[in-house]
Design a protein around this ligand. Structure first.
Ligand SMILES: [Zn+2]
Length: 223
């Protein structure tokens, strides 16, 4: 899953005590930042497989450190602790809980769409995934529902902060995310071993920059 993860990042941001939107965007993709980084280093592995049905023609053959349930929990704990240390004192428990849960939510959404490639433990063993990617009639509406559901919650919980981009930042960001997702689904598959992880990381950096911009242009609607 790709932009669907951002639905959950939007859903929990925007409250007075919530972590900033840029941080929730990094949290939901922390596992993939790790995967693309480790695959650049040759530690985790993927390979293109044009024979796979549906979306995402890649076999994610080895990703135990970033995409096992145990690895995800460890990344979530680490990310939650680091962000809580940087949080205003009164918000530390909320930031820790929300951000660690957001990191872990990535595993839950990936479990729905991935073909069985997600282990529970770091190492060999059974791997899981419901494989909705095989059927775009399920995967596409599911991903759109999570993204737009989260965006609607965020729009309701925030309002523009004064004159400025507050009115159009959120729709502009969603449009860019939809463009990136459309390329991922319907564009040519990037199979170059260097270009694929770099394109993934690039897309996440663009999404995060837009989230920082959007988050700064809006403020909590509650008094
Ligand atoms: Zn992932």
């Amino acid at each position: 899953m790709f932009v669907g993860h951002y639905g959950l990042a939007l859903a929990v941001a925007g409250g007075r005590r919530s972590p900033p939107l840029g941080l929730t965007f990094v949290a939901v993709q922390a596992m993939d930042f790790g995967f693309f980084g480790l695959s650049l280093a040759g530690i985790e592995r993927w390979r293109p497989d044009a024979d796979l049905p549906g979306l995402n023609p890649f076999e994610l053959s080895f990703m135990p450190y970033t995409h096992s349930l145990t690895g995800a929990a460890l990344i979530g704990l680490t990310f939650g602790v680091l962000c809580a240390l940087a949080a205003p004192r009164a918000q530390r428990p909320v930031w820790f809980g929300l951000l660690a849960a957001l990191v872990l939510s990535h595993w839950g959404l990936d479990f729905l769409v991935h073909r069985p490639d997600l282990p529970l433990l770091i190492g060999d063993g059974a791997r899981y995934g419901l494989g909705f990617w095989n059927d775009p009639r399920i995967a596409i509406p599911l991903e759109m529902a999570v993204l737009f559901g989260g965006a609607a919650l965020y729009a309701r919980r925030t309002r523009p902060a004064g004159a400025g981009p507050g009115r159009y930042a959120l729709p502009a960001m969603i449009l860019v995310l939809l463009g990136l997702q459309a390329f991922n689904w319907f564009g040519p598959a990037i199979t170059d071993p260097l270009l694929f992880p770099l394109a993934g990381l690039g897309a996440y950096v663009v999404a995060t920059a837009l989230a920082i911009w959007t988050g700064r242009s809006r403020r909590p609607a509650e008094a």
